[in-house]
Design a protein around this ligand. Structure first.
Ligand code: AHG
Ligand code: MN
Ligand code: MN
Length: 281
């Protein structure tokens, strides 16, 4: 089945991507369409993954944070779109902190609404390489090694929130969001690592919330709808949590453009509800 094959392709590529990082820590001479300086590793991981999806039955489109346009792959007319953030948290490569790969499987060409996502997941290059996959109403975690992957079992968000991490400089936050965070920090512990993939994974393990808010200079915040926000929202919601763009679930969003950004919040329902209550709607 195509969705199985998609995650097999990503799991097969993961050890290779991980092994290729040490020699690709330098900055490339280019910026992506979002205006961010790319690393050699960003471009290389993107090319490697695009190539691997060139001949996967049932996949018609390859889209990535690092490419201006969607790429036609495969011969099927109405196949899935695979949308990737090939290296999420790539600024962490320099400091040897975690980074990862985000995967969204859409059943429409992009741009597409959040409810066209049919499966999502991510690879986390941490002390071990793991892959988390959300599909068919369930989230599972796998240990990924060069000779294959091992099922580590289902992932469910713990009932009680413990950790939180919110991106962006505090002076750039809105007053309402800052007031909300002051409440959150009364009870939860700050753990922010600068790679959404790792920050969301610790929310899945300990409970809590991760977010990148709209900023005063950039109301859409930093994270990209198709490549980061919606796939991670799908994982967290499937694991029993909630997501929001500040007023509604990220899975209800309806973006107009491929590289659109959105304020992004995921975590325990109690924290996400409090956030929506705190922000003006
Ligand atoms: P990417 O490396 O794919 O551009 O993504 C980085 C994102 C996300 O992973 C993380 O949550 C956020 O940027 C960190 O941003 P700050 O450096 O502003 O904290
Ligand atoms: Mn990213
Ligand atoms: Mn990236």
């Amino acid at each position: 089945m195509t969705v199985d094959r998609i995650f097999d392709v990503v799991a097969d590529a993961a050890p290779e991507i991980r092994a290729g990082l040490p020699e690709r820590r330098a900055k490339a001479e280019t910026e992506n369409v979002s205006g961010e300086t790319q690393l050699e590793a960003d471009l290389w991981a993107d090319d490697l993954l695009c190539e691997r999806f060139e001949d996967v039955a049932g996949v018609t489109w390859y889209a990535s944070e690092e490419r201006d346009e969607v790429e036609r792959v495969g011969d099927d007319e109405d196949g899935y779109t695979v949308a990737l953030d090939p290296l999420d948290g790539s600024s962490n490569v320099k400091s040897n902190n975690p980074c990862g790969t985000v995967v969204g499987v859409y059943d429409e060409p992009l741009p597409a609404p959040g409810d066209s996502l049919v499966a999502a997941g991510f690879v986390l290059y941490g002390p071990t390489t793991t892959m988390v996959v959300a599909r068919d109403g369930e989230v599972r975690e796998y240990l990924v090694e060069a000779d294959g992957r091992t099922d580590l079992g289902p992932v469910e968000l713990p009932d009680d929130p413990v950790v939180y991490g919110f991106g962006g400089r505090v002076p750039e936050w809105t007053d309402e969001f800052e007031a909300f965070v002051r409440d959150v920090e009364e009870d939860l512990k700050l753990r922010y690592g600068g790679a959404m993939i790792a920050d969301v994974n610790q929310v899945l393990v300990y409970g809590g919330a991760f977010g990148y808010p709209g900023l005063q200079s950039r109301p859409g915040g930093k994270l990209r709808v198709h490549f980061e926000s919606v796939p991670m929202a799908y994982v967290v919601e499937t694991a029993g949590g909630a997501s929001s763009d500040g007023s509604k679930s990220l899975l209800e969003c309806d973006p107009d453009s491929l590289h659109e950004r959105t304020p992004t919040f995921v975590g325990n329902e109690s924290v996400i509800e409090a956030l929506e209550d705190a922000l003006p709607n």
